[in-house]
Structures are given as structure tokens and as C-alpha cells.
Design a protein around this ligand. Sequence first.
Ligand code: FAD
Length: 496
Amino acid sequence: MLTTEERLLNLLVANPAAVAVAIVAIMLCGGGAPKPKKSYDDKVAALVASGAAKGFASVSKATTGNQFQYHRAKGQPAKKQGGRVDLSAFNNVVTIDTQAKLVQVEGLATMETVVNALDGKGFRIPIVPELKHITVGGAIAGIGIESGSFRWGWFHQAMVECDLLTPGGEILRCSASNEHKDVFHALPNSYGTLGYVLRATLRLVPSKPYVAVATTIHTSFKQAMAAMERGEETSEFVEGLWWAPDKVSVTLTNYVDAVPQGASLQRFDGLAIYYKAAGNAGTMYLTSADYYFRWDADWFWNIPTDCGGWLVRLVTPRKLRTSSTYKWLRSLRVVKAWHRLETLWKSQGQPFVQDWAVPWSKADEFVREATKTRPHRPNVPYMLLPVGAAQNKATHYPCAKEGRYLNLGTYTEIDVPFADALAETRRIDDLCVRKHGGIKMLYSSSFLDLETFSGIYGSLAAATRKKVDPEGSRPSVFEKTAHPSVLGCEELVLGY
Ligand SMILES: Cc1cc2nc3c(=O)[nH]c(=O)nc-3n(C[C@H](O)[C@H](O)[C@H](O)COP(=O)(O)OP(=O)(O)OC[C@H]3O[C@@H](n4cnc5c(N)ncnc54)[C@H](O)[C@@H]3O)c2cc1C
């Protein structure tokens, strides 16, 4: 009888190439017995013992971020004081309690991790932001929405408790009713300035394994608004796409137990493109998980439909067809160099990535005015989402003018000179916040001056700031999110 070592030796002699491939695969995938996962409490203990938590200035995480801002302009003083704390291990689901309808999730867990953990359990978190690698903490601190928002509001409305690592190095357990309720309500739209969420407890709502996605086409935005309002009565998810003044699609989605006979399941991480499908009337069936992440494989509509784009769709393994892969590709020096070279014969594409929300009664006028100049690339839509804001209690993301808001989103590049792209964003910012009393998300470039900014989002109470950041080492949200030109930098940096 041969020993294992002898068998391996024979195999190596007989087929060295196969063994080499196997060794590389084991190295890549991690060989040996799986390491037991550390509990949340153990991770917290290790973090505290490391001493790195006190006064940290930045965070290491395992995922690429989804903020979309221009680089710091030259001349802007660096603000960072303090060290770096590694929170990348805080990326798991801790407990799922289907009786209490609650899930405890670590702050750096991604939406994909949360959806996978809940798969087959008959529940989802109310709002699943559609990019797989948005994290729970990022969605709380950076505001999250999707097609369930007409019923469940913004992502943070599902949060019932959280543990926050403050810049001062303390871990505060915050809820809407305990002594840290000021911090709890100040967290949405705080962009890391109050510290980092290590763990959050979120509400669960019922789900089923499949969805039926039904699209209708409307000849005006007003008609589409009426269809969305009607759809709220009968649907689990509601969203729209604005293509042109006389073409707006509305998609109403509902859970189903099974795919009807004769219908097939669709996926959008191969050659099919979701936004094109949602621009045609009809019904399609997806698994619920594929529905939640329907926008991820094409990063909304950012993967071109030219030869290069089709090649990407053809050859990239499904698992890698994610917005994170594209972000990584874009960060490569060779890709950046190519984009710089391209400017010799065409203007550099400028990001036009924004989310604006206005009270529902202002939506028709706002959308008409905002889309008027339409610098978009041809045949890409704007996103339309009704958001029920009545239960929103966020101190620094107030949307109390009406019970329902309309969120208009654009996630694309436009082929106009840099200055024109900025001017277009500013024009729509003004329409949204000054003319229609709306609010904009700050994950993307913001051009609001300090006075306007404070009028909309308020200022952090001195007592709350003192509690989380006694040394005053953190920048304010305004300083963190305002465009460099607003902060008084003379030189703007092209691109993002
Ligand atoms: C192209 C594009 C499309 C988007 N689409 C959607 C969408 O469909 N739905 C949606 O809801 N949102 C969307 N967003 C917005 C996105 O949810 C926010 O930008 C979110 O903050 C990103 O979270 P992240 O986990 O990637 O965090 P990062 O981008 O790494 O960080 C975002 C901010 O949150 C802070 N932060 C991160 N983690 C934590 C934490 N644990 N605790 C406290 N603060 C933290 C960071 O300091 C930073 O200021 C989109 C953004 C882009 C650029």
C-alpha cells in the first residue's frame, strides 16, 4: 500500500504540469484546513489590545470604496493626523434572528456577504444597495437607496443599534433610545467623520427566492409618476428609467415562489445587459439575488457597448463581472496612461455621477429642468426612484418636506470639457437644493458653499462632536465632501 507521500511523488513524476497547476491553485485559494472564524467579540478585543484604534486617521478595508470624488487639488493642505487602523476583518454576518427579524452584521461586510448569508432564509434587509461591494457601514454613513425605498426609505432606516469606533478610540453602542441617541441619529451622512461602524443590527423583511420584473413604457414623466404611485400599492420594488422626455420606463417587481412554466430565468452577468432589458416592455424572471445586484455587472451603464465592452462581457468570468473589477482596472497605471493618451484626439470623459432628491410634488418640474440640456452619452438613462422619507430620523439628512421624495440619479461619464461637466452638476445642484428644496447625496462631488450646505444638512452639535472626537482631529463632513474648488483651492485636478 502506497503512502500519501509516495502517491504524490508518483503523480509528480507522471504529470508535473498538473501538479504545478494544483499547487498554484492551492496557493491562490488557500490550502489546508479552513481557519476558524474569529468572533466579533474576539476581533473587538484584538482591536482594543492593538492600541491602533485611538486617534486613527484612516482605515484599511478589504473592498474598494464607492465614493466618486475628484482628487484633492494641489495646494490643499493634507488634513490627516494619526495612524491607520485595520478593520478589514470586520466583514461578516454575526447573527441572524428570524424570530425577532433582526440581523447583526459587521460594519465592513459587503451587501453580497449579507445577501448570501440570508439566502434561503426567507428574509432580506429592507434596502440592498445594488453594488455588491458597498459595505454596511458605507451605506449607513454614505446614504443608501434602491427600488425598495418607496416603502423602506433610506438604508439607515433599517438600523436599530450599532457599535461605533470613534476617533477618540472608544466603542460606543448607539441606539435611538440610549444615551448615545444623538450619535445614532447623526451617523447617516457622516462619511466616517464620527468614526467607523464595527457592527450594526438591522431589521429584516420577508423575501422569496425569485422575482417577476415587469416593465411598462410611458410617454411622459408625469404618466410614469402616476404608474409608480399605482405600483407602490401592489409591488415590492419600484423604479423608473428616464430615456427621453417622451420615453420613461417604469419597472414594478414582485417576489414569486417559482418561475412559471415556459418562462426562463434571466441573468445579467454574461452578455445580456440589464438597463437595455429594462428599457423594453415585458416581464422577466430573476433569482432575488440576481435582481438585487442587477446593476452591478455593467456598473449601471458604464461598460460600453463597443467591441471592447462586448469582449469584456464575453471573456470575464461571471464572478468577476462586478463594479469592483472595473474600479480596480481603472486604477491601473496602464489604463490611466491610456486615458491620458486618448485626450490627444478626444476630450476626457468627465464623471457625471450624482443623486438628487426632491419632494414628490416638485419632481415633474425638477426632472424636466434637470434633463433639459441632456449631456448624457446617447441611449443611457437617468435613474428614477421614489423614496418614502416619512420615517427618516437622520439629523443630518433631513427630508421632512413631504412623505415621498423622487431621487434622480445619473451614473455616467459625459463627453464635454471639464468645466462644462462641473457647470452642469452645479446647475442641477442649484435646481435641486435652492429651487425645489431638495437634498443631494454627498458621495460624489459637491459644490455647495458652506452656508447652503449648513442650511440643508445642519452642523454637528458640539456635545456630539466632543463625545466622539474629543481631540477635534476629524474634518467636518463639509470639509470631507466639498469639491476642492469650493474649499478655496486654485488648481483643479482633472478626472477623479
Ligand atoms: C457609481 C455609484 C453608484 C452608486 N449606486 C448606489 C446604489 O445603487 N445604491 C446606493 O445605495 N448607493 C449607491 N452609491 C452610493 C454608495 O452607497 C455610497 O457611496 C456608500 O457610502 C459607499 O459605501 P462603501 O462601502 O463603498 O464605502 P466607501 O466608499 O469606502 O466609503 C464611503 C464613505 O463612508 C465612510 N464609511 C465607510 N465605511 C464606514 C463605516 N463602517 N462606518 C462609518 N463610515 C464608513 C467612509 O469614510 C467614506 O466617507 C453609488 C455610488 C457610486 C459612486
